[in-house]
Design a binder for this molecule. Sequence first.
Ligand code: URA
Length: 435
Amino acid sequence: MSSTDAISVIRTKRDGGTLAPEQIDWVVDAYTRGEVAEEQMAALAMAILLNGMDRTEIARWTAAMIATGDRMDFSALDRPTTDKHSTGGVGDKITLPLAPLVAACGAAVPQLSGRGLGHSGGTLDKLEAIPGWRARLSPDEMLDVLRSTGAVVCAAGERLAPADRKLYALRDVTGTVESIPLIASSIMSKKIAEGTGALVLDVKVGSGAFMKTLDDARELAETMVGLGEDHGVRTVALLTAMSTPLGLTAGNALEVRESVEVLAGGGPRDVVELTLALAEEMLAAAGISGADPARALADGSAMDVWRRMIAAQGGDPDAPLPEARERHTVTAPASGVLTTLDAYAVGVAAWRLGAGRTRKEDPVQAGAGVELHAKPGDRVTAGAPLLTLHTDTPERFETALAALAGDAIIVSPEQTATDQGAVPPDSPVLERVAV
Ligand code: URA
């Protein structure tokens, strides 16, 4: 019989107190086992969202979440492991070119990824647009793909921080996602349990991200870097811009196509820059020096790893990608400089077109999404195509267009690109956080 109980834990946090280590261990474990009711954990999550947790509480909460499942171990591999996690954005396809690129430079990349929910897409949904590609691998299959290709991207198994799976689903329906302690412990419990030796966090900032301000993003990054280092994972974070979509596509097959362009040595400049910046951090964190990621993109070695990685998971890297049946073009409302193309609005439009889901069990359309023909800072001409909307279900065009109304798209006839704060900075990387 435990000396603590759910009501006293909830009351402690409700009244602004600090949770004792044994309270945290007990409540996380008991909730995972079903002994603490969903409504009790919902009350506690709301109390945490409102009153926060200090560093010691967050560290203990994260350790308790890890302890509800298994910790993977890649120490038998002959290369150092390094991984990247993004806090989620619109058009964020970076994992697709990045994982094979870093593997081509000599590291092993064991990446457990998720599916999209809401306006931000998920890596597994994107890769599943490739005919035959399989997200579910057993731990042995995962290790085999990692050994043979250097990189694996797959779904997290049931035993990886099961407390987080349950808690995240509860937070999603109780308005308690946006809590820095809960986000940090959720992400880091999975990444630490995944067993990577080094980790680079891409913490997004802006309208299309969880963190809308640089201060919040910095606090989240510092918290996660501290948690990683405390658990022996070399962890670095980059704060990166998410006020406009990354690259020129948001949607599953559309983003795979753009990623393959990057692996072929082309692709949009912001995607290439961020991919290279993250690759350099991942290699440095893994202790690999002397590799040249830009060369690995240019000479085709990253593309070779991509093709082997996709084939090892049943995918056909040469198969044509699915295309949506219907298209609708959005034109520039005026001539001038495109000063705003809002990430959140484009993410919601792509989601409504069928690229994302409203409930976890919903299917996604592989071909749906939004293609951009201009980025903030570009000069546009009235009536010229600005966006192409793609979907199999044309009745969705109306709600997608509604998401893009208002201030989502601004063309300033009189202004130059630099007159407007909405134009993103040249480099997508805003700041670096490390201990
Ligand atoms: N991603 C996660 O894995 N957890 C969160 O809480 C938020 C984003």
